[in-house]
Design a protein around this ligand. Sequence first.
Ligand code: DX5
Ligand code: ZN
Length: 221
Amino acid sequence: MNESWIAPSILSADFARLGEEVVNVLNAGADIVHFDVMDNHYVPNLTIGPLVCEALRKYGVTAPIDVHLMVKPVDRIIPDFAKAGATYITFHPEASEHVDRTLQLIKDSGCKTGLVFNPATPLNYLDHVMEKLDMILLMSVNPGFGGQSFIPYVLDKLRETKRRIEASGRNIRLEIDGGVKVDNIREIAAAGADTFVAGSAIFGAGKESDPNRYDSIVRAL
Ligand code: DX5
Ligand code: ZN
């Protein structure tokens, strides 16, 4: 069984102080930095690209960076993220014309791979590519924004995904993204997730004066 990882989503961080925010959250016990890339095409929002990933590396961030691509098309941007210091690169299969080719491109770039499933996307994209996966990311909100509520039916999907991972005999991380909070993280862990993205629960606006805000979710697990 994989050890649990907390993956703060920097989407909810203060971008004017991003390096400092990331260092603080890692010092508080976070394991991996979740880096949301949105293109105003695949999802209706626009965020950050390889330059910001590279800037975090230059700032001294050595923790793994988990690049969640919500972009279409996918392939062109992969080598740029690999050069910028990404550790994992995950993408939505609906956004790729050739899922196997995109997975291979990530591997050939020296990064770890992952497929991302929107709440209503069926798991059958997994049928033929388990051998190429290091991570499976289940979205528990529709992608595009932080601060949404966890969709409860994703718990069943987590259990099913966990079954598939176990049947494969491979060591694949199972990540959950969206609406993860102090009060539901244990239930989500019990359903099989081992990697927990949390954005607004960690960097939530209005909580800047709370020195414990970075580690509350780490302690809840
Ligand atoms: C949404 C992003 C998430 C988002 C999660 O499309 O993929 O990573 O930041 O934010 P919270 O934890 O606030 O739901
Ligand atoms: Zn994400």
